[in-house]
Write a protein that binds this ligand. Structure first.
Ligand code: DQA
Length: 144
């Protein structure tokens, strides 16, 4: 099983970016924890971060046939991107949406996700654990 892990804009700044909201772990720390979990589960992951909406769309499009599922934190594009939503629909791969923060307890504009209706489910509010729970969730979903 191979899972594509996608991180959206500004997540490269984790560690120093609003640590009171996003915690003190860096993106490398999160990817390392995901790699350890992937090893324990006996699966492969590939992690990719970009600040560009188009590059996220490109990666989702090219995932079909190469990956079994997508774990994605679309970051700010969660709340704006019809293009990423359509790419997930077109790829026809199971996807799980994750967020470090609880997007439902913050500003009103963050409560709307264009991605969630295309996902198996959404996990948010658990910091880096959102990603680890999300990887377990997509693993269990695909295994069934
Ligand atoms: C985020 C939540 C988004 O609203 C925000 O734009 C981010 C990070 C999160 O992981 O909590 O960049 O996706």
């Amino acid at each position: 099983m191979k899972i594509l892990v996608l991180h959206g804009p500004n997540l490269n700044m984790l560690g120093t970016r609003e640590p009171e909201i996003y915690g003190s772990l860096t993106l490398d720390d999160i990817n390392a924890a995901l790699s350890q979990l992937a090893f324990d589960l006996g699966i492969e992951i590939e992690c990719f971060q970009t600040n560009s909406e188009g590059r996220l769309v490109d990666r989702i499009q090219s995932a079909a046939g190469l990956f079994d599922g997508i774990l994605i934190n679309p970051a700010a594009y969660t709340h704006t991107s019809v293009a990423i939503r359509d790419a997930i629909a077109a790829a026809a791969l199971p996807a799980v949406e994750v967020h470090l923060s609880n997007i439902h307890s913050r500003e009103k504009f963050r409560t709307k996700s264009y991605i969630a209706p295309m996902a198996i489910g959404q996990i948010c509010g658990f910091g880096a654990d959102s990603y680890l729970l999300g990887l377990r969730a997509i693993f269990n979903h695909i295994k069934k």
